[in-house]
Design a binder for this molecule. Structure first.
Ligand code: SF4
Length: 284
């Protein structure tokens, strides 16, 4: 049985950076280390960090002193102000530079007099963060139908949540053409998501079974799973090697493995080894 792992499976640049900062903090700082919300949507990493003394808190008011790590998708402007204003806290800002770029672009457009449209999911913390940096009118559109509900606008600035698909962004930009007299567009999509989706769907076409690894509450992993499943119905979403059922691989010649942007390489390797082991046993 051949096992093929996609080239860019697992951590993206921003997540890798945030995790490294968190582990480094356990070496350099006291044991009072906190993240605002879980640092990534991966239960194993959150558990390991918690064992090292990095705990997730939902609200900065729950933290008296110590080190606070800001997650890769950033926080709202008020929260950042509050954290930085608390002199008893040491702040490590792990906001991904690509997310920072969206916040800065949106803030600049707003200060230049543009109403700002964010293409993305209004409930996602990254989008809530971007919204908070905009002083004037702001809209969030996840689909063309959201654009249809917007009024006519004189000057419209458009940015994207970093994990949006290029296709959806372009559809929404097109729909905006009839909505505004002047449009300024900053394509702020980070290609990490798209690269993972492209590689995974490409692999799903070539294998008998796909394994998608990542947290059940990770949006990008769930999306990878549904995209692969559309192509290869024999696709399984797991959080780790323990969940593997050896019956999945009966009669399989090629198995594909992919993982969301918050899945550590150690978990991917454990899964690969377990499938390899099952393949060897089936041969005996
Ligand atoms: S997906 Fe892109 S923007 Fe988001 S954390 Fe990863 S590298 Fe940064």
């Amino acid at each position: 049985m051949q096992i093929i792992v996609t080239q860019n499976a697992g951590f993206c640049f921003g997540v890798e950076r945030a995790i490294t900062m968190a582990f480094d903090a356990t070496q350099d700082h006291d044991r009072n280390i906190y993240t605002l919300g879980p640092i990534i949507h991966n239960p194993q990493v959150v558990k390991t960090l918690s064992e090292e003394g990095v705990h997730a808190k939902e609200d900065v008011d729950e933290i008296e002193n110590g080190t606070v790590i800001i997650r890769s998708h950033g926080v709202e402007a008020d929260t950042m102000k509050k954290v930085k204003g608390k002199t008893s806290l040491n702040v490590l800002d792990a906001t991904c530079p690509f997310v920072k770029k969206v916040q800065n672009n949106a803030e600049l457009m707003s200060s230049e007099g543009y109403s700002v449209l964010i293409v993305g999911d209004e409930k996602h913390p990254e989008v809530k963060g971007i919204v908070s940096y905009i002083k004037g009118p702001v809209y969030v559109a996840g689909s063309v139908s959201d654009v249809e509900k917007m009024p006519k606008i004189k000057m419209l600035g458009i940015v994207a949540q970093t994990t949006q698909s290029q296709e959806n962004f372009e559809k929404i930009v097109d729909a905006c053409m009839s909505k505004a007299e002047e449009i300024k567009i900053c394509n702020t999509i980070c290609d990490a998501t798209e690269v993972r989706q492209y590689e995974s769907t490409d692999l799903a076409r070539k294998v008998d079974c796909m394994i998608v690894i990542g947290g059940f509450n990770s949006a990008n992993t769930k999306r990878l799973y549904s995209l692969c499943r559309e192509i290869q119905p024999n696709t399984h979403h797991i959080e780790g090697a323990d969940a593997i059922d050896e019956n999945w691989f009966d009669g399989m010649k090629r198995v594909g493995v992919t993982a969301g942007a918050s899945t550590p390489s150690t978990v991917i390797e454990e899964v690969r080894l377990k499938i390899e082991d099952i393949g060897l046993q089936n041969k005996l």
